[in-house]
Design a protein around this ligand. Structure first.
Ligand code: 1GP
Length: 249
């Protein structure tokens, strides 16, 4: 995968079927284990690896994690940064994202301002994203000072998503928070999907093929899972069944 082709390739995929991205948080394990997780996502049929978490890590840890992931699987690597300190020149692309419902300028524009020159210098492919955090929000809700959107607050969700589209953002991400007990309700995903023409990404709390199916049938173009891969062993390859459910639509 060449830089500059990641988003084009992913959008071509979602023209045919929903896509799956596996999330690896460099803060949760060492690079070796991160590589193993990426390999598991690849074997399960994921379309790419997102690298990031709620807390800013040492850029050297992000670098080592990205390099190990690239050794372990051929999938495109997309940074999902908590801030300017989480960039790596070794990734293919990054979600250049703004947490639209943050109360803190830092997550709306300040981290982005600080990181922008490095994105250029590292020639990372930027994929602009409106990031919206819903209840329960988990760690990212706290760290990002999000004014959480209610799970069923369709009006607010749709307004944020349309605003993202009008800003020219490439996609919108509906986030319930990593480790959320459930994914976002189908009604909320469906309403957002009907309101915007840009791809809709849904993540947080997808831990079963049934919940993955519900989210894609509601209209998610891309489903993100992180936590489930960490507990995949001994569970009948749950990850492969989740990814298959996403791909089948
Ligand atoms: C977090 O939405 C992602 O940003 C993934 O969440 O860890 O709950 O799969 P999970």
């Amino acid at each position: 995968m060449k830089r500059g082709e990641v988003w084009r390739t992913l959008t071509a995929t979602i023209g045919r079927r929903p896509a799956h991205l596996g999330l690896v948080d460099p803060d949760k394990q060492g690079p070796e284990r991160a590589g193993e997780l990426a390999g598991a996502f690849f074997r399960a049929g994921s379309d790419g690896i997102m690298i990031g978490g709620s807390t800013g890590v040492d850029p050297r840890i992000t670098d080592a994690t990205v390099l190990q992931i690239r050794k372990s699987c051929p999938l495109p690597t997309i940074l999902f940064p908590a801030g300017a300190a989480c960039l790596s020149r070794h990734a293919h692309a990054l979600f250049f994202m703004s947490l639209l419902n943050s109360r803190d300028r830092r997550f709306l524009i300040e981290e982005q301002r600080r990181g922008a020159p490095y994105v250029k210098r590292f020639r990372l492919e930027p994929i602009s994203m409106g990031y919206i955090v819903f209840e329960p929000g988990m760690r990212v809700g706290e760290v990002g000072h999000a004014e959480l959107v209610g799970r069923d607050d369709i009006r607010l969700a749709v307004e944020y998503a349309i605003a993202a589209e009008l800003f020219g953002m490439a996609c919108v991400y509906l986030e319930s928070g990593s480790g959320a007990p459930e994914p976002l309700p189908a009604g909320t995903v469906r309403a957002v999907k009907r309101s915007v023409g840009i791809p809709v990404i849904v993540g947080g709390g997808v831990t079963s093929p049934e919940s993955a199916r519900a989210v894609v049938r509601a209209g998610a173009d891309i489903v993100v899972t992180g936590t489930v891969a960490e507990f995949n062993q001994g569970r009948g390859d749950l990850l492969s069944r989740i990814v298959a459910a996403v791909r089948k639509g």
